[in-house]
Design a protein around this ligand. Sequence first.
Ligand code: FNR
Length: 182
Amino acid sequence: STYKIGIVVGSLRKESINRQLAQAVAKLLPPDFSAEFIEIGDLPLYNQDLDGNQPAVVGAFKQHIEQQHGIIFVTPEYNRSIPGVLKNAIDHGSRPYGQNSWSGKAVGIMGTSSGAPATSMAQQHLRNTLVFCNMPALNQPEAYIQWRDGMIDAEDKFNERTGSFMQNWVDAYVAWVKKNAA
Ligand code: FNR
């Protein structure tokens, strides 16, 4: 059978290094896994008044999440936390009350930044939110990637060193998805 993975990038920037990371990681998934990007840039700001009357774009977003076996968040760190656009998307997926689209999805977390802490603080904040969303999260290995020029080529292929590190992460995540989907 094929396991479906939804990848959510926490940056809306066209040249996002986190999107580049996500595209390279998608290529490391095994043949029985397929990956789709779930876009968050068209979601309105969450407003609880609309819970009974969700905009169509929100319904489509929730449906897209519900079709997946697992989710990978690839996010930058903004001011030592996750970007507001990502938190907004997570909040949308979690509502209306009782219709949390994220629930039970095996989740993996990663991110990249040019700084040495490399999104570790943002990831820790994100974990806090994902616990409440009832998403079983892969704890180890962690993937805080310090961005280096040449780390990923134009064909979305990692260099050897980072590639073997990320393949190790992907192997653990694949096992995690299978375990939670069973
Ligand atoms: C940043 N950046 C940043 N980097 C970091 O390592 N820790 C941080 O707390 C922050 N804070 C922060 C706040 C805001 C508002 C911006 C716009 C940026 C820098 C950030 O890592 C850099 O812009 C990345 O390129 C963002 O990722 P994408 O968009 O390239 O994926």
